[in-house]
Design a protein around this ligand. Structure first.
Ligand code: ADP
Length: 211
């Protein structure tokens, strides 16, 4: 299909600046939106451009991939978080195992009496502790947990992609979402983000359900 010179210019504008609204394209060409409407319809039908409601036109040659990457890089932790499950540092390994089963989670966060984050307990931490001969009721979780300052944390407005990178890099299943109570030293746990939440994001992306 032969493009008119105006259609070629429109494609160039969208290639450079997409996603861009019809209104903005019209402005660049000093034309009205109504004048451009047939050109945009032809370019969209022919597959040169694609249009998304509330986003605008984008050049399909620029690939859905690039659009998808941009979308993913804007999603923050608070959009996919779960509630945290915590135990007190004085709790026993036995109690922690019960909590893990009852709450159906893979990671517990350990807090002190001021609800400050002091540790993390994974399934394997608890399994390891169970291998010994000692009674599990008599071992406090504070002995076996991974403790501060070695805990990787995130905040609610961090990007999910940063969290995913940390999970891969540190080879862990989840991160506590924290609020800093005292600069750099005291954190309160307000949520949890795990590989499961990130899998949910993947499913939403595949179903095109991410806004
Ligand atoms: P599992 O041990 O059940 O496979 P993880 O891979 O999440 O679960 O945990 C591996 C180790 O990393 C455990 O010793 C755990 O205490 C520790 N860990 C888990 N989450 C964190 C975190 N956010 N920061 C630091 N250490 C963590």
């Amino acid at each position: 299909m032969e493009l008119t010179s105006r259609q070629e210019i429109i494609v160039e504008i969208v290639k450079e600046s997409g996603p861009i609204t019809g209104e903005q394209i019209a402005e660049r060409l000093s034309l009205t939106r109504a004048t451009l409407r047939p050109d945009l319809a032809i370019l969209t039908m022919a597959g040169y451009l694609d249009a998304r409601p509330r986003v605008g036109y984008f050049y399909t040659g620029k690939s859905g991939n690039q659009m998808l990457a941009e979308k993913v890089k804007n999603i923050t932790v608070n959009e996919y978080q779960s509630r945290p499950v915590v135990v007190q540092e004085s709790a026993s390994v036995y109690d922690a195992i019960c909590t893990m089963f009852l709450e159906d989670v893979g990671t517990l966060f350990v807090v002190d009496k001021h609800i400050t984050l002091v540790g993390v307990l994974s399934r394997k931490d608890l399994l390891r502790a169970s291998l010994g001969k000692q009674a599990l009721e008599s071992i406090p979780v504070s002995i076996i947990m991974t403790r501060m300052p070695n805990i990787t944390v995130c905040k609610q407005d961090d990007l999910i992609i940063e969290v995913a990178n940390k999970l891969i890099e540190k080879q862990i299943d989840g991160l506590p979402i924290v609020v800093e109570v005292e600069y750099g030293s005291r954190f309160e746990v307000v949520g949890r983000i795990t590989k499961t939440n990130i899998t949910a994001l993947l499913v939403d992306l595949a179903n095109d359900e991410v806004i």
